[in-house]
Ligand binder design. Structure first.
Ligand code: NAP
Length: 291
């Protein structure tokens, strides 16, 4: 497939927050001629139909990929094995498949067994999202100015990386190419550990005696409130991330716990220099990010 040409058929497998936002952004961008979506539940397909995001709704997974030039998989990573097993025999020669899963090493390990020689799989991860799920929670502009990481691996046809790069650039993302191990470690510290901290602190509040719990909720200012937003993220998706990016998460969690111990002992010892140095350094990180 020539990358400069408009693609004929795009198939979305799964359409929750991420794929529905992508479908919204691609509509009217002259990127494809025809779009199809498969989703598992009839109720989700009904919602997608109402939202008018694609040309065709398909309730048969295997049929949905027939003749597709580009397939974008946007489902929980734990469902990949079954899904790729079902579609692998119906893929058009020359088709390109990409995904949006939040972990990449395990994805490649699962998927590479199901990719025929004449088909390309380009693993991807658009780093954008909210705590909401389902096609109704997607919105136009979710990806604008964000980063999308692609993690091609040994068997990847590099020519086709360009097409997936173009897909994400069309919806306003900047694209980085990265090794899958590196991706998983970077995301462990920037996204997965912050979620662990949020789940853990909100969990601690739920374990408090009910009188204190009520007060915490009543007086929750931005600090605790921000944690509750993160801890409201999709439980299935985050269970998958924790289990499928275990090694990178445990490595980063160890570093975090060591630093937390240092902070604890500084508080115990009344080490004001340590506290001021740390809080000044972290304030600078925030300023650099905003810049
Ligand atoms: P979502 O809003 O919860 O939508 C999930 C989609 O997957 C729905 O179409 C759902 O279909 C389908 N699905 C759920 N369980 C399935 C199963 N067992 N088998 C087949 N299909 C299943 O999810 P999302 O937030 O868009 O996330 C999708 C992917 O994007 C995940 O792999 C996630 O890691 C990645 N991601 C998420 C974010 C984020 O912030 N949310 C950011 C970047 C990447 P039915 O409703 O029909 O069951």
């Amino acid at each position: 497939m020539k990358n400069k040409k408009k693609i004929n058929k795009i198939t979305f497998i799964g359409m929750g927050l991420i794929n529905s936002s992508l479908a919204r952004d691609l509509k009217g961008k002259n990127f494809y001629n025809f779009s199809t979506v498969y989703s598992r539940r009839k109720s989700t397909l009904r919602k997608i139909k109402k939202l008018n995001l694609v040309d065709k709704i398909e309730s048969d997974l295997e049929k949905s990929v027939i003749d597709a030039d580009l397939i974008v998989v946007g489902i929980p990573v734990a469902a990949y094995e079954e899904t790729f097993m079902s579609i692998s025999h119906n893929l058009k020669p020359g088709a390109v498949i990409t995904d949006v899963g939040s972990v990449k090493k395990e994805v490649i390990k699962i998927v590479r067994n199901f990719i025929p020689k004449n088909v390309s799989f380009i693993p991807g991860h658009p780093i954008a999202g909210t705590e909401n799920s389902g096609p109704e929670s997607g919105f136009k502009g979710l990806f604008k100015n964000g980063w999308c990481v692609l993690t091609p691996y040994k068997e990847t046809n590099n020519k086709e990386v360009k097409l997936v790069k173009k897909l994400w650039e069309t919806v306003g993302m900047k694209v980085d190419i990265m090794d899958e191990h590196h991706h998983d470690e970077v995301l462990a510290i920037t996204s997965h550990i912050p979620h662990i901290i949020a789940y853990s602190i909100v969990g601690t509040v739920t374990n408090l005696e009910s009188s204190i719990k009520k007060e915490v909720i009543k007086y929750a200012a931005s600090g605790f409130r921000d944690f509750t937003r993160i801890a409201a993220s999709d439980p299935v998706m985050w269970r998958d991330i924790m289990l499928l990016n275990k090694l990178a998460i445990l490595k980063m969690l160890k570093l975090f716990k060591d630093d937390l111990n240092d902070l604890e002992s500084a508080i115990k010892k009344g080490d004001s220099k340590f506290l001021l140095d740390l809080f000044s350094r972290t304030r600078k990180v925030r300023k650099d990010i905003i810049k």
